[in-house]
Design a protein around this ligand. Structure first.
Ligand code: MN
Ligand code: MN
Length: 295
C-alpha cells in the first residue's frame, strides 16, 4: 500500500479510536441515543474526518442499521446491549469500528471482544476467509455461546464499504485467501446461541444508487446531497432534516427516490427470535504485520 494512502487510513482509524473513547465516556443509563450519535459525529467532523455512515446505535435484539431519528426519544436503559458502530472517512479511506456498551458486565460483550481478537491473531497474507471464520467462532463456542450466522465482516475500498469479500464469523470451506494490502473489517455479532437477523420495516439509513429524473424539488436536492456531499455513502434521514427539508418533505422525497431506484434503503436488522446481541469490530490492513487501524 502506498504510504500516502496508508496515512489516510491511519488517520481515519485514530479518529475512530478517539470517538470510541468519547462514546464510552458519555454512555450511561438515561442518555438519549440521539445525543450520543450527535456527539460522536461532531467529534469525527471536528477531527478532520467525515462520518462514512450515520452512527448506528442498535440496542439489544436490533443488530445493525438503526440510527437515531431527528426527534429521537429512546434513552439507554440499565443492562441494555448498546452496539455503537461508526465509520470514519478520510478522503474516501474508511475506518469501520464497533463496540458494545452496557451499564452492567455482560458475557456476550466479553465473547465479542475475544472473537474479534482471535480473528485478528490469524490475519496474514494467504490465510483463507474460511480459516478466519473458524478462528472467530472458536472462543465463542468454547464459552457455550453463538454467533449471528448471516452477518459477516468485509473488505473495504475507497468510498466502498463492502468491496465484495465477505468474512464469515463461522468456519466455512471458502479457499479465498487474504492478500498483503487488503483492508478488512472483522465484526462478530454474538448471542446466547447461533442466531440470524432479518430486515424490519423501519428504515433510517439510505444510500445513493444512480441519477434518475424526479418531480419533487426536495427529491432532487436529496439526490444531489447523496451523490456529492455524502459521496455515495450511506446517510440518515435526520441529516436531511438538518439540511432544512421538513420531516414530511424528507419522507415523500425518499419514497419517490426509492420508487425510481435512485436510492436504496438499509432497513434495521433484528435477530429473528429477539435474542440479545453484542458486537465488536475493527478495521485491519493485512500484511505480515497486520495493522489494526481503529485500535
Ligand atoms: Mn461497522
Ligand atoms: Mn463493517
Amino acid at each position: 500500500m502506498e504510504r500516502k494512502i496508508m496515512e489516510k487510513y491511519l488517520k481515519a482509524g485514530r479518529i475512530g479510536a478517539r470517538a470510541r473513547e468519547l462514546a464510552l465516556k458519555i454512555a450511561k443509563p438515561g442518555l438519549n441515543i440521539l445525543e450520543l450519535a450527535q456527539a460522536v459525529e461532531d467529534l469525527i467532523i471536528k477531527s478532520g474526518g467525515r462520518p462514512a455512515f450515520p452512527v448506528n446505535i442498535s440496542i439489544n435484539e436490533l443488530a445493525a442499521h438503526y440510527t437515531p431519528k431527528a426527534d429521537e426519544t429512546r434513552v439507554i436503559k440499565p443492562g441494555e446491549l448498546v452496539k455503537i458502530d461508526m465509520g470514519i472517512e478520510v478522503e474516501g479511506y474508511i475506518g469501520d469500528l464497533a463496540f458494545t456498551y452496557c451499564s452492567e458486565k455482560n458475557p456476550l460483550i466479553d465473547a465479542a471482544n475475544k472473537a474479534l481478537a482471535s480473528g485478528i491473531r490469524v490475519i496474514r497474507p494467504g490465510v483463507t476467509v474460511g480459516e478466519m471464520g473458524r478462528a472467530i467462532e472458536k472462543p465463542v463456542k468454547d464459552l457455550g455461546l453463538g454467533v449471528i450466522v448471516n452477518l459477516t465482516g468485509h473488505n473495504l475500498d475507497r468510498y466502498i464499504f463492502h468491496g465484495g469479500l465477505s468474512i464469515p464469523n463461522v468456519a466455512n470451506d471458502s479457499g479465498h485467501a487474504l492478500q498483503d494490502g487488503d483492508v478488512i473489517a472483522l465484526e462478530p455479532f454474538i448471542s446466547e446461541s447461533n442466531g440470524r437477523v432479518e430486515e424490519t420495516g423501519v428504515t433510517e439509513i439510505y444510500q445513493y444508487i444512480q441519477d434518475r429524473p424526479v418531480r419533487l424539488a426536495s427529491a432532487r436536492k436529496i439526490l444531489q446531497l447523496s451523490r456529492d456531499k455524502y459521496h455515495g455513502l450511506p446517510f440518515a434521514r435526520r441529516w436531511l432534516v438538518k439540511e432544512g427539508i421538513t420531516p414530511l418533505g424528507v419522507s415523500l422525497a425518499l419514497k419517490q427516490l426509492e420508487a425510481v431506484n435512485a436510492i436504496k434503503p438499509h432497513p434495521v436488522l433484528k435477530e429473528i427470535s429477539n435474542k440479545k446481541i453484542a458486537q465488536a469490530e475493527h478495521t485491519i490492513i493485512v500484511g505480515e504485520k497486520p495493522i489494526v487501524i481503529t485500535e
